[in-house]
Design a protein. Sequence first.
Length: 115
Amino acid sequence: MKRLSAKQNRRNRSEYNKRYRRTLIGQFKQYKDNAKTRGHEFDLSFDEFQEIVTSWCYYCGEDPPVGVDRFDNAFGYRYDNVVPCCANCNYMKRHRTTDDFIAHVKRIAELWKEA
């Protein structure tokens, strides 16, 4: 049996990791690890996480799959502090509170309503 080169092994491992990160369990682990790295609590069960990311975006109604947004960024990923959120809304909201984000989006909509 022929052994794979180190370069081929790295390439195979990289492809496996990419596929794994696209799975629900891979995304769950990634959220959990990222929260730990950033010093945030992560108290969501896998079932709660699955319920959230397979729902429509809380802000714009985008179809699933979506990510997880924290209402209050001062707190971690707790079920009472998270909502489903598409990538666009999550990027636009950033560190704003939900009320500030909604007010900002309304200002944009008002400005462009006339255009």
